[in-house]
Design a protein around this ligand. Sequence first.
Ligand code: SF4
Length: 478
Amino acid sequence: MELTNESKVIDEARQGEATVVTGENSSGRKLYIESYGCQMNFSDSEIVASVLTDNGFSTTKQMEEADVIFINTCAIRDNAEQRIRGRLKEFRAAKGKNKDLIVGVLGCMAERLKTKLLEEEKIVDIVVGPDAYRDLPNLVAEAETGQKAVNVQLSKEETYADINPVRLNSNGITAFISITRGCDNMCSFCVVPFTRGRERSRKPESIVAEAQELFDNGYREVTLLGQNVDSYLWTGGGLKKENPSKEELENATNFAQLLEKVALVSPDLRVRFSTSHPKDMTDDVLYTMAKYENICNYIHLPVQSGNSRVLEMMNRGYSREWYMDRIEAIRRIIPGCGISTDIITGFCSETNEEHKDTISLMEWVGYDFAYMFKYSERPKTLAQRKYEDDIPEEVKGERLKEVIDLQMKLSDVSNKKDVGHTFKVLVEGTSKRSDEHVFGRNSQNKVIVFPKENYKPGDYVNVLVQDCTPATLLGKAV
Ligand code: SF4
């Protein structure tokens, strides 16, 4: 899963990478938190807010009012970290005004750099990794005595299953539910296994309970989150077992079974999930999606490259042919399913012919949209240790531009195909461009904007698509 992006085809529901916590409900100390990176990080910030509000904090969106500032970080590419360093410089002014202000760095950059971050960024008081958020009240207390506080212990057990997230920046309709933490894949370009640790699945009962509570509180859509949701397997907790026993498997819950359990909460609760992995996605998952109308017909299936030799160097665990077989299975079992992906251009030793394989695969699939990146070498990854980052930056950039231009065309073609068709849309809010219009998404995860009339967030509306842009469908309720 890498959901920070340099160049996706923007649509209305996904803009904005920094989120600010709001809420002025308690008289305790005030917390201000910003989140960057993937949905898993945004979901983790909801856990952090819950841990702190359970310990007497309230939250504020005014940085100037804060007693504690947390920044939840991403380490997926160098520019993601540079952005955080820039933000930390901006926090200096706030610290200048309030010398008791506590500044904490959370998330993947904290886990990757550990105490080195304290040496490099003097303004930082607390450094906390993704598995140590329960320890935050102690670390804040330590920092309030003037000491630097660090906890970057990765866990074999932690899933925060018993912590009730505080919904942040919520529209009150859609919410994330994390189902696994960490990742056991070792894609050679990726830092996630080093910053989020080994894979653990969360107890299914706690996931279903969270979905039920969200539904009872008016939410109408949940997105099940994991670095690789397809390898979800609950066999009683802890690290994922390489070879679970026959008995353990009989009592286990795999991803298809979990999807069904969540879908059965209510037919009015939409279920989405992210991110899938081509090597682990089973037909069982696809048949379960086809069986329940409320499991959305949309799959984010990162391919990264269209060439089998490059995929092998990336240690992705599948070939171009295997990936195409998965796409054919989706088309066969769930006709009309929306499909998006992730693409990396300019990976180590990628030839122009191999790059053309990525282009031809994109054309063959006809993706609805994609997250597209230039290869960014990351410290300690397999690729950094084994391969030379030998593709010149401008060549990486040219290939990225070619991929982006193609995706714009594919998104436009995909949206034009929807004109004249009617889709069931879950209203999420008022359009950013017009108060007379609302927006929502169809099952295929496409944003549709249409006249407001008396519709309100949480309503399901049948909308006839009349026009489109590469990013958005435009229609009217029918
Ligand atoms: S190691 Fe691979 S599967 Fe795991 S998070 Fe990174 S890119 Fe995704």
